[in-house]
Design a binder for this molecule. Sequence first.
Ligand code: NDP
Ligand code: 8X3
Length: 250
Amino acid sequence: MKKTALITGATSGIGEATAYEFAKQGINLVLCGRRLERLNSIQNALERLTDVHILNFDVRNKEETFKAIKGLPKPFYTIDILINNAGNAHGLDPIHEGSVDDWDTMMDINVKGLLYVSKAVIPQMTDRKSGHIINIGSSAGKEVYPKGNVYCASKHAVLAITEGMRIDLNPFGIKVSSINPGLVETEFSQVRFKGDAKANTVYQGFKALQAKDIAEIIYFTVTRPAHVNIADLLVFPTAQANSVTVKKEL
Ligand code: NDP
Ligand code: 8X3
């Protein structure tokens, strides 16, 4: 029986790469994001490999999120794997100079959005007593770095929520995992720096992780035997030792 995965933030970076990896392996897909054109073109590319349904909503909008997921057509309704990936950093500023709007955006997407999507999916998993939830945290969820303040707080919250889910969903046999990457070369820095040229320097001088690296780890995580759960995984590029120590070639 083919499994179905719902991936948030499937329009770029880690989420898009995971959609490609899962499609290659014949997992049916529910792909979510705000950029409809990208969802359409990814669906067109992947439909040769597997069944794909797209959902176009903003995870900050509680009503839209519940309506979209609860309204899934029957062939896609049963979600075996939930990848809570949608998220971004907005700004990189010391706490006394940070933008309140950026703070709201990060907490609303990275924390509250993840909770809304989870709330829409988990009841069908508890009813069936099966499922696997993967929350994409970050090394920023384990270690705070200068000017990272609220983004790091949002990812610390993702880790706490992951641990809470694992405890509360334990009686139902549902697996809950967090995958925590260091620097991955995606659109992440373009979003963080709002199109500023600073974004182009973040991954210069060393080989950063690529979205495909994380997608392969996610696929490995969801294909372990029933008795094995990768609870918490931290992955850095080899050049990175922690949030502030990166070996750059000059
Ligand atoms: P990208 O910017 O490439 O992807 C972010 C994805 O999130 C997009 O598909 C975007 O889709 C979606 N998204 C953002 N805001 C919303 C929203 N309000 N509603 C719905 N979807 C939204 O970055 P990454 O792939 O790097 O990021 C994916 C996850 O990985 C994030 O949670 C990030 O924090 C985490 N991460 C990233 C690291 C990195 O170095 N890149 C390292 C560690 C963790 P759309 O705009 O179409 O809605
Ligand atoms: C993304 C990694 O170090 O840019 O979560 O915050 S970092």
